[in-house]
Every structure is written in structure tokens, then in C-alpha cells.
Design a protein around this ligand. Sequence first.
Ligand code: AMP
Length: 144
Amino acid sequence: MTLHAPYDPDNIFAKILRGEMPCVKVFEDDLALAFMDVFPQVEGHTLVIPKQETARNLLDMPTDKLGALITRVQSVAQAVEKALQPDGIVVTQFNGAAAGQTVFHLHFHILPRREGERVGAHASGGMADLAELETIAAKIRAEM
Ligand code: AMP
């Protein structure tokens, strides 16, 4: 996968957006969807994706749509903070396979961090228990 390539409408996040794959939802409006990462690097690992754009990465995203998306990322990060009360929050985003991107629909990672807590490997950890993810998602939803 290169940094610039045609958008694949069968990527996993596109399937989630079309309702063809399940997700543990945290937030949704007309512009963005937030859901729990099923291979979380830390407890509370949340993803935020644009709904209407077929952008593979940040470089592809129409500039005039980026501001609205970032406000959703901030809102979800604020809800994650209130719900889980971490010591810090990493917001990150990968562009291209060489940078570590594995799903080619633009997304932002929100990782609540606790002092001394180890962060799991990116996109290569074990699958989370879905009931546990739903419990965490409910706490975050309650703060949205
Ligand atoms: P990236 O490697 O930056 O493209 O991030 C993709 C993220 O999507 C990884 O953190 C994966 O754990 C996560 N992921 C992959 N499949 C799913 C899925 N079906 N539902 C939720 N998260 C997923």
C-alpha cells in the first residue's frame, strides 16, 4: 500500500460505516463515527473516522472538511478523559503502510494513558472482549 492510491471501498472501516461489520459505537453524527478499537493498545482505545469522505489518510482529506472532523476528535477525547480519567491522552494518526497504517480510511486514534502503564503494540495485539469494550464505550457515551 502506498501513501497515495485509490480509496478501497471494501476497507474494514467503510464496511463498518455501511453497517456490514459491527462496531462498539461511542459517538455518531452526520460527519463522524467513533468506536472502540477491537485490538486496543490500552484500555479505552477509541477511533474517530469521517463518515462522508473517502479519504485514505490525512493528506487525502478535503481541507475544508478537516476542521469539523477535528472538533469531533476533540469531543471524543474530552469524553474519554471524563469517563476514564487518565493521566494523559495520546491522539495519533498514521499515513501510509510505511508509517504503520493498516486500515486505509482516515482515522484518529485516542489512547488514554496512565502513569507507568504499558502501551500494547500497534495493530498487532489481541482482540478485546466485546462485552468489556461495550462497558467502556457506555462510560464514554455517557460523557458525550
Ligand atoms: P492503523 O494501523 O493506524 O490503520 O489503525 C487501524 C486500527 O484499526 C488498529 O488499531 C486496529 O486495531 C483497528 N481495527 C482493525 N479492525 C478493526 C475493527 N473491525 N473494529 C475496530 N477496530 C479495528
